[in-house]
Design a binder for this molecule. Structure first.
Ligand code: DGL
Length: 270
């Protein structure tokens, strides 16, 4: 009965934590590809190869459904995986759609034509690969009209978080928010379009100002997964044990993960 959750490193733990709270009885297998993080500066082909490898590891661990809790992989690899790679009986879902549905005030799976929404000026913070894919703008255009999106590629933030250098991460967040504000002085909403960024949510909110609504994905993804599993209960795979797997150094990754989630997390080698 396990569901797989994948990220390039530690960021997907923000999604895992929300899913574990929303679905406490579902075993979760987490796979973090820390040996190859960050993905945000890699090419789409490279991201595709690494993401399929990790997803296969999660299938092998008894997961039939894998959530790519990584915007970079969702943006650069998901569509290609769904079109040509995912085996029969398995599913791979990304993290963009639940977020965009929330931003555009839609119910899950509402595929009606695009319409005007209240939010007009959106600041998107994401990795360089996610920003250059324009996947967020493409998904948004299916659902909303008249929304102006200004994207800021936040180089360095994921590396700093993976290294546990939160002082550097905070300084980078503040300089990326300043850069965004020079292009869009008054955003109505901001999207934290990388699953590492909720770990810096307070810093983003502080730099943006209290009047900007900040959307982050963890709870939205957990809610939409709960809804999906209610409709497709058979997609909870045969695995029965929760696990944390990493391609990095298990001791170092466990210690950072424990620091971020404020509970003991023990990673094993993938
Ligand atoms: N947490 C990832 C994301 O949501 C990863 C970023 C990276 O590895 O650069 O985009």
């Amino acid at each position: 009965m396990a569901v797989g959750i994948f990220d390039s490193g530690l960021g997907g733990l923000t999604v895992l934590d929300a899913v574990a709270k929303r679905l406490p009885d579902v075993p979760l297998v987490y796979m973090g590809d820390s040996a190859h993080a960050p993905y945000g500066v890699r090419t789409p082909d490279d991201i595709y190869d690494l993401t399929t490898k990790s997803t296969q590891r999660l299938f092998d661990a008894g997961c039939d459904l894998v959530i790519l809790a990584c915007n970079t992989a969702s943006a650069a690899a998901l569509r290609r995986m769904q079109e040509a790679w995912v085996p029969d009986g398995k599913r791979v879902l990304g993290v963009f759609v639940p977020l965009i549905e929330a931003l555009t005030e839609r119910q899950w799976g509402d595929n009606s034509p695009p319409r005007e929404v209240d939010t007009k000026h959106v600041a998107l913070f994401a990795t360089p690969a996610t920003v250059s894919s324009r996947a967020f703008q493409r998904e948004l255009a299916f659902r909303a009209i008249g929304v102006d999106v200004e994207a800021q590629a936040c180089g360095g933030v994921v590396d700093a978080i993976e290294e546990g250098d939160m002082i550097l991460a905070e300084a980078l967040v503040s300089s990326h928010v300043d850069a965004l504000k020079r292009k869009m002085p008054e955003p109505d909403a901001a999207i934290l379009g990388c699953t590492h960024y909720p770990l810096m949510a307070k810093e983003f909110q502080k730099a943006l100002g209290a009047h900007v609504k900040v959307f982050s994905q963890a709870e939205l993804v957990a809610e939409s997964l709960a809804d999906y599993l209610e409709r497709r209960p058979e997609m909870v795979g045969p695995g029965t044990d929760s696990a944390f797997l990493t391609t990095g150094d298990p001791a170092q990754v466990s210690s950072r993960a424990t620091q971020f989630l404020r509970r003991q997390i023990t990673f094993d080698a993938a």
